[in-house]
Structures are given as structure tokens and as C-alpha cells.
Design a protein around this ligand. Structure first.
Ligand code: F6R
Length: 242
């Protein structure tokens, strides 16, 4: 696991944005794993800017998002479908047929998990997976747990995650209690992983992920076992690193 420390979120956005753009330029049909939340937004802005300058086409790129809320229509402004359309997919030339999401409203979550695993396999596997990290060390919505998970599954969101994300819903009571997320195995099978974290609120989780033992109690710590995982973090997020 490599750790790269930057002064600003813009520098992180450029560094991560360049990795994605180079991957797609080298192999236009690459499957890229996308995250939502605040952390990757500057990176998506960087990518959109490069696209607008005519520096790259994403027409053949395949996309797989990490997670989606359950019991929330995809048209809802808080759905991750909506988020990705607003922040990236609606602003570049990706073919809508190449965009993949987990169905948070699936009738059968096991079948949905198998479907997603097959789709990732058929796309040639995820070449670069973008991640954020929760203040509790979660990646995707893999919350602290007793075991590492493998393929996608339905998860009950923890209080910590609900506290972090309730602001988007205008109150915790309006926030979904469950989500469908890629499992740790599906994330770890990506060829390359880039994790973005900024701000002091992430410092404890980053220190546990980097300096702590590899444990499902801090899901991001599993990245220590990945052959090509890099953390792109600012000085505040790095402040508790040994
Ligand atoms: C989002 C996701 C989450 C977030 C994490 C950090 O798709 O899977 O793991 O990356 O909760 O969120 P932000 O970036 O909003 O602090």
C-alpha cells in the first residue's frame, strides 16, 4: 500500500484524474470502478475539464459503481445513480449502455450480487477502482464487521455512516437504513485501487488503515494486502500517521 500526501484537494484530483484518463487512453474499453460521496468530486471535475478540452473520450469505457441505497428510487436526488449523472456521467461521452450500478431495489439480492459479479467479469475485470473511506474505516458500504465479505451484498448501515450522510437527506429519519455494496473481494480484485481522503475527520480511519492490523473491524486495512493500492490524502487526513 502506497501513501501519497498532497497539500490540496485539487492536487489529489489531478493525480487521480490522470490515472483514470491514462488508463482509458491506453485501453478505451477499460472498466473503471467509481465511488460517490464528497471525496471524489474534485477528481470528477478534473476529468470533466479534460474531456471538455477534447483531451479524452470515454465513449467505450465501462463503469461499475461501488454501491447504491436500498429502498430509494434511482431518480431521487440522493441516489448514487443521480449523483454520478450530475457529477460525471452526464457531463462526459460515456455510452449509457456501459454504465453499471447495483440495484438497491432488487427483488433478490443474491441474484443481483451474482449478476454484478458476472457483469464485472464480462467487462474484463475492474482496471482502476476509486474509493473513499468512511470515518469508521468503511470502503464502499463495507462497515466494520467480524469477517471480510466477498461479492456484493445488502448491508445495514451503521450509526456512524448514518450520522455522516444524514445531512444529504435533511434528517436521519429520511435516510435509507440499508444499501447494496460491492464486497471486499470484489473491490480487492481490481487491478489498481486509488483511495481519496481529505480532512481531519478521516485521520483516525487513515491511521488505522495504514498503521493498524489488517482486520475487518477497519475494512480499509485490507488494502495493505493489495499489490497496487495507493492512498491519495491531504495533510489533515495524514496527521495521525506514524
Ligand atoms: C461511496 C462510498 C463510501 C464513501 C465514504 C466517504 O460510494 O462507497 O465508502 O466513499 O463514505 O464518503 P465522503 O467522500 O463523502 O467522505
Amino acid at each position: 500500500m502506497k501513501v501519497m500526501i498532497y497539500k490540496t484537494a485539487e492536487e489529489i484530483a489531478e493525480a487521480v484524474g490522470r490515472i483514470i484518463i491514462k488508463r482509458v487512453a491506453d485501453e478505451p474499453t477499460s472498466a473503471i470502478g467509481f465511488a460517490t460521496g464528497a471525496s471524489p468530486v474534485p477528481t470528477y471535475e478534473y476529468i470533466v475539464n479534460e474531456f471538455n478540452k477534447g483531451n479524452i473520450s470515454f465513449k467505450d469505457m465501462k463503469t461499475f459503481n461501488l454501491d447504491e441505497y436500498c429502498d430509494l428510487p434511482v431518480e431521487d436526488i440522493n441516489s448514487y445513480h443521480y449523483f454520478m449523472n450530475e457529477n460525471l456521467f452526464g457531463k462526459i461521452d460515456v455510452n449509457p449502455e456501459n454504465i453499471n450500478f447495483l440495484d438497491g431495489n432488487a427483488e433478490d439480492y443474491d441474484k443481483e450480487s451474482q449478476r454484478y459479479a458476472e457483469a464485472i467479469k464480462n467487462a474484463g475485470g475492474i482496471k482502476v477502482q476509486i474509493l473513499g473511506i468512511g470515518t469508521n474505516g468503511h470502503i464502499g458500504f463495507n462497515e466494520p464487521a467480524d469477517e471480510f465479505t466477498d461479492e456484493a451484498f445488502k448491508v445495514k448501515l451503521t450509526q456512524s455512516t448514518r450520522d455522516s450522510n444524514a445531512k444529504y437527506f435533511g434528517g436521519e429519519e429520511k435516510m435509507p437504513k440499508y444499501a447494496m455494496t460491492m464486497g471486499i473481494g470484489s473491490i480487492m480484485r481490481a487491478k489498481e485501487i486509488v483511495l481519496i481522503a481529505t480532512g481531519e475527520a478521516k485521520a483516525k480511519a487513515i491511521a488505522a488503515a495504514v498503521n493498524g492490523e489488517v482486520t475487518p473491524q477497519c475494512p480499509a486495512s485490507v488494502l495493505q494486502n493489495h499489490p497496487n493500492a495507493t492512498l491519495f490524502i491531504d495533510e489533515a487526513a495524514a496527521s495521525l500517521l506514524k
